[in-house]
Ligand binder design. Structure first.
Ligand SMILES: NC(=O)c1ccc[n+]([C@@H]2O[C@H](COP(=O)([O-])OP(=O)(O)OC[C@H]3O[C@@H](n4cnc5c(N)ncnc54)[C@H](OP(=O)(O)O)[C@@H]3O)[C@@H](O)[C@H]2O)c1
Length: 285
């Protein structure tokens, strides 16, 4: 495994396992156990995925020492604000059966995320969270939070894949010393990513799949990736991306696939904001 060093010196695996859209507790527990058995140590969950308990059980059952793991969760919109965020962090720790988190992110830049961040800074200073950061904070909100917070976010997890490469946002994160992390490294298969001709052609040179080329491209750009799959063979495949190197020419060809547009939704679109905030207002129960 390769690691990135976060702005506070903490080492984070550059490749981890994401558990979004595995809401079934038994399936999620099995998937995380499979992922751990093939070598994943970084797991990305969230309060909103409703599977923190399953992730916690898998970590316990695996028998792997706690310090080998890098566990991330995220505070949901309905838990925003100083007091609610604190209570939700306690609940996440309880569900995950952990004494500390490796990384805690604000899931979405809505509701009282300043209050949330103050609570996270407290937990960070108390040693209960090793690194704190944000997700879906695009340059406007990201710069604002950086300018008025004591702790610079260690990580910003944003939609990043070959069709939406986030070059501009990445530059701004570098300027303020925040690590970019990709969500949806395969764009969840949108735009026919898994049969893309450019990725296929490049993969054929190295005997690698389109998925492996898509991940390798991000890793060589210094982007942390957390691909999701429920399939154990694919878990192994997605992890097996450290034994080949894309050339400058390969990188250039893949860079040309960038549409600079989301494959899902834009955080600048009022309808998206309404959808996410309405969902956030409902709460998680
Ligand atoms: N912060 C946020 O707002 C946010 C949003 C979305 C996601 N995330 C995080 O990012 C993680 C990854 O993103 P994602 O789950 O949205 O999507 P993704 O990783 O881009 O794509 C997952 C899809 O790709 C398929 N797949 C995986 N490996 C494959 C392979 N080697 N060959 C062919 N198909 C493959 C999976 O199918 P099977 O499962 O059937 O194999 C699944 O349908 C999430 O799990 C979550 O932890 C965060």
């Amino acid at each position: 495994m390769e690691y990135v060093t976060l702005n506070n010196g903490v080492q984070m695996p550059i490749l981890g396992y994401g558990v979004y859209q595995i809401p079934d507790q038994d399936e999620c527990e099995k998937c995380v156990l499979d992922a751990i058995s093939v070598g994943y140590r970084s797991i990305d969950t969230a309060q909103a995925y409703r599977n923190e308990e399953a992730v916690g059980r898998a970590i316990k059952k695996s028998g792997v020492p706690r310090e080998e793991f890098f566990i991330t969760t995220k505070v949901w919109i309905s838990n925003a604000g100083y007091e609610k965020a604190k209570a939700s962090i306690e609940e996440s720790l309880r569900k995950l059966q952990l004494d500390y988190l490796d990384l805690l992110l604000i899931h979405q830049p809505f509701n009282d995320y300043y209050g949330t961040y103050r609570a996270m800074e407290e937990y960070y200073k108390a040693g209960k969270i090793r690194a704190i950061g944000v997700s879906n904070f695009y340059p406007d909100r990201y710069i604002d939070l950086v300018q008025f917070s004591e702790v610079v976010p260690a990580v910003n997890q944003v939609e990043t894949h070959v069709f939406n490469q986030q070059a501009k946002a990445h530059e701004i994160m570098k300027k303020y010393n925040t690590q970019i992390e990709s969500w949806g490294p395969f764009a969840e298969g949108r735009n026919d990513l898994f049969t893309n001709a450019t990725l296929q052609e490049i993969g054929n040179q190295y005997n690698k799949s389109t998925a492996q080329v898509a991940l390798r491209f991000l890793i060589q750009r210094g982007v942390v990736v957390i691909p999701k799959t429920v399939n154990k063979d694919r878990m192994e495949q997605n992890l097996n991306v450290f034994d080949f190197q894309l050339t400058a020419q390969d990188m250039e060809k893949i860079t040309a696939l960038d549409t600079e547009q989301s494959a899902f939704f834009s955080h600048y679109d009022p309808q998206t904001v309404e959808f996410l905030t309405d969902y956030g207002k409902k709460g998680l129960e």
